[in-house]
Design a protein around this ligand. Structure first.
Ligand SMILES: NC(=O)c1ccc[n+]([C@@H]2O[C@H](COP(=O)([O-])OP(=O)(O)OC[C@H]3O[C@@H](n4cnc5c(N)ncnc54)[C@H](OP(=O)(O)O)[C@@H]3O)[C@@H](O)[C@H]2O)c1
Length: 414
């Protein structure tokens, strides 16, 4: 069936026995056409059939004032503005799609229908995104227990990616926090994944305004790792001036922010990671670096006031050996079995062992002045091109990155 005004008018007339379509103005017909095309394309409507009919019915029958101007777009547009966003006009986008669990090389760059923001979501044009642990685990489907969240047989949400910086291009019907054109960033892991795409629909509360003077590339590298580091070091670890701090898994996203936070408070900071990263870590400012393949930091006879660990692989008893009597240990992540054991250890009385439960985007607005002034900076691996994502996910998973792997999706000025 064709897509001309006449074809649609004919279909509408058939469906509604001529009751509604008769006397349809151009603007009312446009509403019908766009709404129907959303259904036809399977993009998923934000305006249901009764509300479409309500609009059209009221336009066709009309209030007295509208009967005077039945064909005026201004009579229709305010009514549909909150329901029918520009998202309905954005037909396709490019996205990295994961159809089954396996090697990152099976990921495909596909044309997909653009999402339509619902309720309090906004549609964001993604300018930059990053690779995180979630993406690696979701693509390879391991540890297998994670499939309970990602989908048992294949990923429920086929587009990975959880961190973004970009611009708001459309609003859902009940979104009030942002305007079209606002530059935003955020960790979207609470509101669904999908940032490895040109467009993504995100709950409006999962976004923050990009601080002045930050590029999209720099902003995209902040929300997840900076929050993990800040909440581990400050909110839970209660970092104090001049303390001795050790960061295990220090060369990644969390470690490089944790170092900066500790140095701001005049702390001595040791970092543990693979031998290949130690030179770069020394250049970043770690006072002492250790290769975890050569030495076990719990066996050095050294004591620390705070140990922050994005890669927990040891028991509570072993970890306690590296702590001063008032020392705190905070795990950010690691082997699921070790994390469960730590939880039991805490219940059994090791109150200085903490497990971080991330609160996404919690401190970003408070930290904005430090980010704008450059007092806190992401360490960026990249930026790389969008089509390189499969290779970059492998690079991340195999640990060849330092800091945050950033991918440019749209040009900065776009
Ligand atoms: N708590 C929460 O609510 C929450 C939420 C989301 C994510 N997470 C967790 O947060 C962590 C993210 O950290 P990140 O972004 O900094 O990761 P990352 O960028 O992958 O950095 C981790 C670093 O640790 C190194 N490493 C690997 N095994 C190690 C070992 N046995 N000992 C010492 N270092 C080791 C890695 O190097 P190589 O691989 O090259 O050896 C890498 O440089 C993940 O564990 C993730 O699961 C937690």
């Amino acid at each position: 069936m064709g897509n001309t005004k006449r074809d649609y008018e004919h279909r509408v007339a058939q469906q509604h026995e001529g009751k509604i379509s008769e006397g349809l103005s151009d603007s009312a017909l446009m509403v019908r056409m766009v709404a129907e095309r959303v259904y036809v394309d399977g993009v998923g409507p934000s305006m249901d059939t009764p509300s479409v009919n309500y609009f059209l019915g009221s336009v066709a029958k009309g209030s007295p004032s509208r009967q005077h101007h039945p064909s005026s777009p201004s009579a229709v547009w305010p009514m549909v503005r909150r329901s029918l966003t520009t998202a309905h006009f954005v037909r396709d986008m490019k996205a990295i799609v994961c159809k089954r669990y396996g090697a990152p090389e099976q990921l495909q760059l596909c044309d997909m229908p653009a999402p339509v923001p619902k309720d309090r979501q906004v549609l964001v044009r993604v300018h930059a995104t990053t690779v995180n642990d979630y993406d690696w685990s979701m693509v390879i489907g391991r540890p297998r227990i994670y499939r309970l969240f990602f989908g048992l047989l294949r990923p429920r949400r086929p587009i990975p990616g959880m961190e973004l910086a970009g611009k708001v291009v459309a609003l859902g019907p009940n979104a009030t926090r942002w305007c079209e054109g606002d530059a935003v960033y955020g960790d979207t892991s609470n509101g669904g994944l999908g940032t490895f795409a040109e467009l993504v629909a995100v709950p409006e509360d999962e976004l923050r305004r990009i601080p002045p003077d930050l590029t999209f590339v720099a902003a995209s590298a902040l929300p997840h790792a900076l929050e993990l580091a800040y909440q581990a070091m400050v909110d839970i670890g209660k970092l104090k001036d001049g303390e001795r701090v050790l960061i295990n898994g220090a060369g990644g996203g969390v470690g490089t922010f944790a170092l900066q936070l500790a140095k701001r408070q005049g702390c001595t900071v040791w970092g543990v990671d693979t031998g290949e990263k130690l030179k770069a870590m020394t250049a970043m400012g770690f006072d002492r670096v250790i290769d975890y393949k050569q030495q076990d930091f719990t066996q050095l006879g050294e004591r620390f006031d705070l140990v922050v660990d994005p890669k927990t692989k040891r028991s509570a008893r072993e970890l306690a050996r590296a702590l001063t009597p008032t020392g705190r240990y905070v795990t950010v992540g690691g082997d699921p079995g070790r994390l469960i054991a730590l939880l039991f250890a805490r219940w059994l009385g090791r109150r200085n062992m903490h497990i971080l439960m991330l609160k996404s985007n919690k401190n970003l607005d408070t930290l904005a002045p430090l980010l704008s002034s450059g007092a806190l900076k992401p360490v960026i691996d990249g930026p790389y091109d969008f089509h390189e994502l499969p290779r970059l996910i492998r690079r991340f998973g195999e640990g060849f990155h330092t800091g945050k792997v950033v991918v440019r999706v749209a040009a900065e000025g776009a």
